[in-house]
Design a protein around this ligand. Structure first.
Ligand code: TXA
Ligand code: MG
Length: 306
């Protein structure tokens, strides 16, 4: 059995904290997508995250903390550029990849010596993390390989029978996952484009963030990921999209064709809606790569990969 509680309820924080402290799983709102959270220091709870999602255990989880001072508890040798980004961007849609301390179990990191950390912008979720007194491990609250959830209903649809409590804070404002930057390499690398545009991060630290190479490819960099059931057809222009539409029986063109926040915020909802409407194909216009465009293109490319 599970229940959904509004983030505005006076009991939301205390109920979520008691579920988490007892080793349970909570669907947690963030500004990017909903997370499936467990206390990162309770191994059985972390193991349950992988079980609930059907996620292979080698795929590491992001630690969610409430305050920047907690970085040192979970990471060491943090480069000054990483700290600068944390100070400028947190709370917000940025995840830093750092060297882990012994306070982080290998269960969370999929056996790696590195750990991904972020502070989510959602106020209710930050209070929950703070009152747990420990970081929460939380992947997106969807079944493995499926589209990330941007509403509490999406979490209920995917994981309703596997989660102990869902905190409902309405629609996620950003709608695509956090940007992940690897600071364990000689030069920072962009492991996943996301809700914080990479060019803005480069301006803040005054140095380039390289495209990933070698071992540092995140598992989110799998070719196929974030996929709805329907076929996803990509188009470079709206004219091309309209042409593709005329060639498919039951198809729909995704709304918003640019790199606007609206495209990102509605992307996963539009994909899930197409599936529940029984649409067989969605046609998406790829935005240019600036701003949120890089993340939108990345998710569309992965959703279209067969
Ligand atoms: O916006 C977000 O980041 C959301 C919300 C819930 O915070 N979380 C999220 O988590 O997208 P998840 O598990 O769906 O994606 C996390 C990505 C995965 O691609 C994972 O491989 C990568 O982060 N990752 C985490 N720890 C890592 C590590 N130690 N090394 C390399 N990649 C890591
Ligand atoms: Mg995910």
């Amino acid at each position: 059995m599970n229940s959904v509680i509004s983030s505005h309820s006076p009991q939301a924080v205390s109920q979520a904290v008691s579920v988490l402290n007892a080793g349970g799983l909570v669907g947690l709102p963030t500004e990017t997508v909903y997370g499936l959270a467990a206390r990162a220091d309770i191994d059985a709870a972390v193991a349950n995250i992988f079980r609930a999602k059907g996620r292979p255990t080698g795929h590491p989880l992001i630690l969610h903390i409430a305050d920047i001072s907690e970085i040192d508890r979970y990471a060491f040798n943090v480069p000054s550029a990483a700290l600068t980004l944390a100070q400028h961007c947190w709370p917000g849609p940025l995840t830093l990849l750092l060297h882990k301390t012994n306070a982080v179990s290998h269960l969370v990191t999929g056996g790696r010596e590195t750990v991904a950390i972020r502070i989510p912008a959602n106020e209710c979720s930050r209070k929950i993390i703070e009152q747990c007194g420990n970081a929460l491990a939380a992947p997106s609250a969807n079944l493995f390989g499926h589209v990330s959830p941007t509403t509490a209903q999406h979490v209920l649809n995917d994981l309703g029978d596997k989660v102990d409590l869902i905190v409902d804070d309405g629609d996620c404002t950003i709608g695509v996952e956090s940007t992940i930057v690897d600071f364990t390499t000689a030069q920072p690398q962009l492991l996943r484009p996301g809700g914080f545009p990479a060019e803005d991060l480069e301006l803040i630290i005054g140095q380039p963030i390289l495209m990933p190479s070698g071992d540092s490819r995140a598992s989110g960099m799998l070719d196929s990921h974030y996929a709805p059931k329907c076929t996803v057809v990509l188009a470079e222009t709206i004219a091309e999209a309209k042409q593709a539409l005329s060639e498919h029986d039951s198809a729909r063109i995704l709304e918003h064709w640019d790199n606007s926040p609206l495209y990102a915020a509605s992307l996963y909802t539009q994909m899930r809606q197409a599936d529940s409407d029984g649409i067989t194909a969605i046609i998406a216009v790829l935005p240019n790569t600036s701003g949120l465009g890089l993340a939108i293109r990345d998710r569309l490319n992965k959703a279209s990969f067969l």
